[in-house]
Write a protein that binds this ligand. Structure first.
Ligand code: CP
Ligand code: NVA
Length: 305
């Protein structure tokens, strides 16, 4: 019997499973750090990693993670595949499924991920689309809880552009039971259906215009680039976003022990100042590290390993 599972979006996976993945990630991290890891549950398995956009963290953490689980990886760049010469996603899914045991994809339109999922006969993992970035948010929840304990009931404030990372953060608000204040300039709002889904499924997302108001009493302040990959044509200049920059003044309105998060890569001096990203409450490199541990747990979950 085929019992694999796809890791597409946080909204498509029950809370219980997501919590189980985080528990497993923490246990794997402890075993790795203490030199007591003996499990290689994906020995003999191969992961195809398809990138239609650039990456540093996702690429390296999935590659190293899969190897640590005993498996192997095959790196594929969209432009170097027939996919880049208009072979369909559906045909690509069927072909790759004959060779490898799982497919990780970073792509543009979310529909490409869903089409791959529909036609693949092996697990598919979402490594970022224009719409969502669920692996990032799993690492971020893990990071928050390592530093501050359970995330339930806490207030996260997002300031800047209403993008793919925010969409997954809002889905996580429903799945893990925390609140999200969103402060974005006019025209940069997140897609309304992500807001609606989160609020209809136990999350608590509030859209606001003032960053100062949104960060009040925040337990965690989160931002990201003002211009996501592939969105360069929509760039509207930094002036629109300047009031949403995370600097020491803005952080002073959050709780005094509020964490600062950023998925990276950061554009220092734009969405965040050096003083904040290099400051004592910044956990950006823990987030980056936890991509490795969280994704190993995601891979294991996909295989039921
Ligand atoms: N945060 C993140 O996904 O980074 P990369 O684009 O480097 O993979
Ligand atoms: N929102 C960013 C995230 C990068 C990891 C982008 O899509 O470019």
């Amino acid at each position: 019997m085929n019992t694999f599972r796809h890791f597409t979006d946080l909204s498509s996976i029950p809370s219980h499973d997501l919590r189980g993945i985080l528990d497993d990630a923490r246990a794997r991290k402890l075993r790795l750090k203490s030199g007591t890891e003996t499990q290689r549950p994906l020995a003999g398995k191969a992961l195809a990693m398809v990138f239609e956009k650039p990456s540093t963290r996702t690429r390296v953490s999935f590659d190293v993670g899969m190897r640590q689980l005993g498996g192997e990886t095959i790196m594929l760049t969209g432009t170097e595949m027939q996919l880049g010469r208009s072979e369909t996603i559906a045909d690509t899914a069927k072909v790759l499924s004959r060779y490898v045991d799982a497919i990780m994809i970073r792509t543009t339109e979310h529909a490409r991920l869903l089409e791959l999922t529909e036609h693949a006969t092996v697990p598919v993992i979402n490594a970022l689309t224009d719409d969502t970035h669920p692996c990032q948010i799993m690492a971020d929840i893990m990071t928050y809880e390592e530093h501050r304990g359970p995330v339930k009931g806490k207030l996260f404030t997002w300031t800047g552009d209403g993008n793919n990372v925010l969409h997954s953060l809002m889905e996580a608000s429903a799945r893990f039971g925390f609140r999200v204040n969103v402060a974005v300039p006019e025209g940069s709002e997140p897609a309304q259906h992500y807001v609606d889904w989160a609020n209809a499924n136990g999350g608590e997302v509030r859209l606001m215009r003032s960053a100062t108001e949104a960060v009040k009493d925040a337990d965690c302040v989160v931002t990201d680039t003002w211009v996501s990959m592939g969105q360069e044509h929509r760039a509207r200049g930094n002036n629109v976003f300047q009031p949403y920059q995370v600097n020491e003044e803005l952080m002073s309105h959050a709780k005094s022990d509020a964490l600062f998060m950023h998925c990276l890569p950061a554009h220092r001096g734009e969405e965040v100042t050096d003083a904040v990203i290099d400051g004592p409450n910044s956990v950006v490199f823990d987030e980056a590290e936890n991509r490795l541990h969280a994704q190993k747990a995601i891979l294991a979950w996909c295989f039921g390993a």
